[in-house]
Design a protein around this ligand. Structure first.
Ligand code: NAD
Ligand code: WQD
Length: 347
């Protein structure tokens, strides 16, 4: 039986690669497009070893219309798309706003154009909880009706603007373009096989890769960015979600889009993808020690500009409407990250 082909842009990236694995597990056939601007060809080997075959792959820049269009010529039976391809470093986006707006928005515009031309307008979009900024205390945990805040970085604004572009297109091309926007909280961890995982370039900006690199001896200590916040232990609180649980949510979103049995109101729906549990930075250090036996050295330093104090999800809409729940225990997630770090460092 012919499998449903799903385009996965940015599919050799951290979340994309894990999603390709879950798509294949669910009986879909992934068609990966990536330009390796923030990943490497080795990821394809890792995916192949997990799924037992080489996935369909095209090296192309989604922001280059001609090169992206060729994928659709070569693969005319793509039924839907999951759009991961984007630059995602908040700090870098402040230094290079044009690169971020051009890459992230032109890639999306090209995708919508190409998917819409062939009446294949089912799109799952990678959005981010960054659109909520710092919710008011009374709005925590944050749900999909919580007010969106002005972006605090060009990167965050590309997510905000992308959602608006998609909303406008679902209205103008009603019935031709259907979208589910998934607002991720903080994805962490690696596939249980340790064959794929997060590969930050240079000094990690995100918490968990910095913790695992410190545990591996690559970094002297973790700098905890502030312990004077208005939280129980003074450090910032986030909703850390296992990347494999996050990947599974994309399959559920795709099922919903392709099933089309529930009319998607207005052509676009939004889902918060989190665990519903907030964990502080200092708690993460304790949990990492409990999960791995490694006590990571740290020191408290100044707050990082732009950090929100506390944000975590109310995932009940995704739990109910997607039939999906992030339920991997945090200790298992942290152990997966440590296994991956040890694997890539040959420890
Ligand atoms: P990643 O950088 O690991 O993966 C993105 C992939 O897209 C990379 O492989 C990169 O080479 C590719 N890419 C970028 N621009 C491209 C282009 N023009 N053409 C083709 N390929 C291109 O990032 P990730 O962590 O896997 O994030 C995936 C998506 O999820 C991004 O859209 C990101 O904004 C979003 N997101 C990530 C997080 C997070 O914490 N990781 C949180 C919220 C949202
Ligand atoms: C988590 C917590 C830091 C590193 C970012 C982007 C967001 C999304 C996810 C793309 C914070 C603290 C971190 C360190 C620390 N990416 N920390 N020392 O900032 O919640 O979200 O990644 O969409 O858009 O903003 O994640 O992992 O950077 O930080 O103390 O060396 O860990 O202050 O409280 P964040 P993070």
């Amino acid at each position: 039986m012919t499998k449903t082909k799903v385009l996965v842009t940015g599919g050799t990236g951290y979340i994309g690669a894990h999603t390709v694995v879950e798509l294949e597990n669910a009986g879909y056939e992934a068609v990966i497009v990536d330009n390796f601007s923030n990943s490497s060809r080795d990821v394809l080997d890792g995916i192949a070893r997990i799924i037992g075959r080489n996935p369909l792959f095209f090296e192309a820049d989604c922001a280059d219309y001609e090169s992206f269009a060729r994928v659709f010529e070569l693969c005319p039976d793509i039924s839907a798309a999951i759009h991961f391809a984007a630059y995602k470093a908040v700090g870098e986006s402040v230094e290079k706003p044009l690169d971020y707006y051009r890459n992230n928005l032109v890639s999306l515009l090209n995708l919508i154009d190409l998917m819409g031309r062939n009446e294949r307008g089912s799109i799952v979009f990678s959005s981010s909880c960054t659109v909520y900024g710092q919710p008011e205390r009374e709005n925590l945990p944050v749900n999909e009706t919580s007010p969106l805040q002005p972006a605090t970085s060009p990167y965050g604004n590309t997510k905000r603007v992308s959602e608006e572009i998609l909303r406008d297109c679902t209205i103008s091309y009603k019935g031709k373009i259907n979208v589910i926007a998934l607002r991720y909280f903080n994805p962490i961890g690696a596939h249980p096989s340790a064959l794929i995982g997060e590969l930050p370039r240079g000094v990690p900006q995100n918490l968990l890769p910095y913790i695992t690199q410190t545990a591996a001896g690559l970094r002297e200590r973790l700098n905890v960015f502030g312990n004077d916040y208005n939280t129980p232990d003074g450090s910032c609180i986030r909703d850390y979600i296992y990347v494999c649980d996050l990947a599974k949510a994309h399959v559920s979103a795709l099922d919903r889009l392709l099933d089309k049995s529930p009319e998607i109101p207005g052509g676009i729906e939004y889902y918060n993808l989190g665990t519903g549990v907030g964990i502080s930075v200092l708690q993460m250090l304790e949990l990492f020690k409990k999960a791995t036996g490694v006590a990571v050295p740290y020191r408290i330093v100044e707050r990082r500009p732009g950090d929100v104090e506390q944000v975590w999800a109310d995932p009940s809409k995704a739990n109910i409407e997607l039939g999906w729940k992030a339920d991997t225990p945090i200790e298992e997630v942290l152990a997966s990250a440590w296994r991956w770090e040890k694997k890539i460092r040959g420890i």
